[in-house]
Design a protein around this ligand. Structure first.
Ligand code: NAD
Length: 267
């Protein structure tokens, strides 16, 4: 089994990563930075986002496991004190069964950003957001190549099902089970009065639909893809759709999505 570990960089996460390497060496797991089969993220959800973007080109060939060093994370289901159990599972030793993890796959968001200066492609695990730098943004939203609405406000958030519990939730969006291949459009403080009108409620688009966001004035914008910020002053449009690629998580024990939601937000 080839593995790689990415930690958050704080003393506790660094210490756990070192412990993981030691345990892994004792169990003949091979550290492989180039083509790991399993990538362990030690830290929080932000660390998993970082791990995802680090290995974005190898997404079809590997699976992620999250170890959290703070509160329960949405992408991190192992606790620090369970590290040796996790390594035992990965090495397939001891009485622990089953040794083969269940691979759980979550949908991703595909983005094509068209600027006057060129086009770039991206993939998001949580969400894409578009916000104004100097105040109100003016954008046109098309769904399946038909104009849907003209939006004025702070911005827009397009999230994946697994990202629906993050920024999208703060915007009043619905939490979506990651077995549903969809993207969600949620408004960030839209202006709604007798002159300007937006739908005002979050929308879910299925996999075979797409939406385009057109910049409708000269404006400085801040685009975010998960934790990454991209300032843009020459945006033409952004195409958003559910990606054909999926992220894989190696589950050595069950951790159902709704249990995670309950534990994160209610108990
Ligand atoms: P951060 O340190 O500001 O963390 C934001 C929080 O979001 C953390 O508590 C993290 O655990 C949580 N989070 C991340 N992904 C999650 C998910 N899929 N479900 C539930 N909670 C999740 O920033 P970061 O660690 O770099 O993470 C970036 C993420 O922060 C973005 O992808 C965005 O979703 C989130 N964010 C949220 C808000 C908001 O809720 N108002 C604003 C900005 C960014």
């Amino acid at each position: 089994m080839r593995y790689y570990v990415l930690d958050r960089g704080d003393p506790l996460s660094i210490n756990l990563a070192e412990k993981f390497h030691k345990l892994a060496a004792e169990r003949d797991l091979q550290l492989d930075a180039k083509s790991p089969e399993i990538v362990i993220s030690i830290g929080g959800d932000g660390t998993m986002l970082h791990a995802f973007h680090t290995f974005i080109d190898q997404i079809p060939n590997l699976a992620f496991v999250g170890v959290h060093t703070g509160h329960l994370g949405f992408y991190a289901d192992w606790q620090a004190e369970e590290l040796s159990t996790l390594v035992d599972y990965m090495a397939g030793i001891g009485d622990i069964k089953p040794h083969k993890p269940r691979i759980v796959q979550y949908p991703l968001l595909e983005l094509e950003i068209h600027k006057k200066s060129g086009t770039t492609s991206h993939i998001a695990l949580n969400e894409f957001t578009l916000k104004g730098v100097d105040g109100t943004v003016v954008i046109q939203i098309d769904i399946n190549d038909v104009t849907f609405e003209m939006f004025r406000g702070d911005g827009i958030c397009i999230s994946t099902p697994s990202g629906s519990t993050a920024y999208n939730k703060s915007l009043g969006g619905a939490m979506v089970h990651p077995s549903i291949e969809a993207l969600q459009i949620a408004e960030i403080a839209s202006i709604n009065n007798r002159v300007f009108r937006t739908m005002g409620s979050p929308l879910l688009l299925p996999k075979h639909h797409h939406c385009d966001i057109f910049s409708r004035k000269e404006q400085r914008l801040l685009l975010t893809i998960d934790h990454n910020n991209i300032p843009v002053d020459d945006l033409i449009s952004v195409r958003c759709q559910v990606s054909d690629k999926k992220i894989s998580f190696a589950r050595y024990r069950p951790f159902p999505f709704w249990n995670r939601v309950r534990e994160a937000f209610l108990v």
